[in-house]
Design a protein around this ligand. Structure first.
Ligand SMILES: [Zn+2]
Length: 266
C-alpha cells in the first residue's frame, strides 16, 4: 500500500513538482515554484495588514518585534527570505503568516505575552509555517494559487481592489492541519533555541492560549487548531532535547515590558 502511494506521489511529482519540507525531510507535492510564494506574500501583505487594523505606529515597538523575529528567522531552514515581522492594531489574539516571509502579530496577542522568549515562540511557530510552505499549501487547497496570482494583476481597478480585499479576508481564514501545527510547534521550538531563547517561552505561550480559549474561542486557535497534548509534547521536548540549552538562555521579561507592554498601555 505504501509503495502504491509513493508511486502515485512520484507520478504526480512529474506532472506538478515536489519540494522537500525541510522540517520533516519528506517530499511534498507543490504545484508552483517558491518564487510565487514571495510574489503572493508581497502582493497581499498590504491588504492583510490593513484588515488587521494597520501597523501599530510605534517605531521602538516595531523594531523590537522585528529584531526578535529576524533573530529567529536567520537560524531557520530558509534564512534568505526577506522576512518582515509586523505588529498590528487588531484586538484579537492572533498571529498570521503569509508565504515568502511576512508575519503579523496582533496587539491582542502582544498584550497577553510577558517575555521576549514567549514572543520568540509565536514568531518562530509562524516562521516554521512559512519554511514548511504550509501557508502556500493551504492557499493552494483552500483558495487557489492561480486565482490569487491573477487578481494581483488587476488590483488597480476598483473591482479588482474589492476582489483583492475579499481574497485577503479568505487568507485570514485559512486553516492548517493538526499535523502542520505539530511540525510548526517542534520546528519553531528548534529555531527559538538556536536563536538563544528559553524554549519554555513557547510552552508558556501555548498554555496562555489554551487558558484564554477555555473562556472564549480565540482567533489564533481557530486557524491554528491545537493538536492533542500540545502542552505535554512541548514540555517534554524542553526536557528531552533542550535540557542543557536552557541555562543562560534568553527570557527577557524586562525588555518585553519596556519595549512592548509599556508602549501599548492598558
Ligand atoms: Zn500554527
Amino acid at each position: 500500500m505504501a509503495r502504491k502511494i509513493s508511486i502515485l506521489i512520484c507520478g504526480l511529482c512529474l506532472v506538478g513538482g515536489c519540494a522537500v519540507n525541510p522540517l520533516t525531510g519528506e517530499e511534498e507535492l507543490m504545484f508552483f515554484p517558491e518564487q510565487q510564494d514571495i510574489e503572493i506574500g508581497k502582493g497581499y501583505a498590504p491588504e492583510v495588514e490593513k484588515q488587521l487594523g494597520g501597523r501599530i505606529e510605534n517605531d521602538a515597538l516595531q523594531n523590537y518585534v522585528d529584531s526578535v523575529g529576524q533573530r529567529v528567522a536567520r537560524v531557520s531552514h530558509k534564512p534568505n527570505f526577506d522576512y518582515h515581522f509586523v505588529a498590528v492594531n487588531d484586538k484579537s489574539i492572533n498571529a498570521v503568516a503569509l508565504p515568502g516571509g511576512y508575519v503579523f502579530i496582533t496587539q491582542g496577542m502582544l498584550k497577553k505575552l510577558t517575555s521576549e522568549a514567549q514572543l520568540a515562540g509565536v514568531l518562530a511557530h509562524e516562521t516554521a509555517h512559512i519554511v514548511a510552505r504550509d501557508v502556500s499549501n493551504a492557499m493552494s487547497k483552500q483558495i487557489g494559487i492561480e486565482l490569487l496570482l491573477s487578481q494581483l494583476a488587476s488590483r488597480t481597478s476598483s473591482q479588482g481592489a474589492i476582489i483583492l480585499a475579499d481574497l485577503a479576508n479568505q487568507i485570514l481564514s485559512l486553516r492548517f492541519s493538526r499535523d502542520d501545527e505539530r511540525t510548526a510547534d517542534l520546528g519553531g521550538m528548534d529555531y527559538m533555541v538556536r536563536a538563544g531563547y528559553d524554549p519554555m517561552g513557547m510552552v508558556e505561550t501555548m498554555q496562555m492560549l489554551e487558558d484564554e480559549h477555555s473562556v472564549r474561542p480565540i482567533e489564533f486557535l481557530s486557524s491554528h487548531p491545537s493538536p492533542d497534548n500540545r502542552i505535554a509534547y512541548l514540555r517534554q521536548r524542553t526536557q528531552t532535547h533542550y535540557f542543557n540549552s536552557r541555562e543562560n538562555s534568553i527570557v527577557a521579561r524586562e525588555d518585553y515590558q519596556k519595549y512592548v507592554l509599556n508602549q501599548l498601555g492598558d
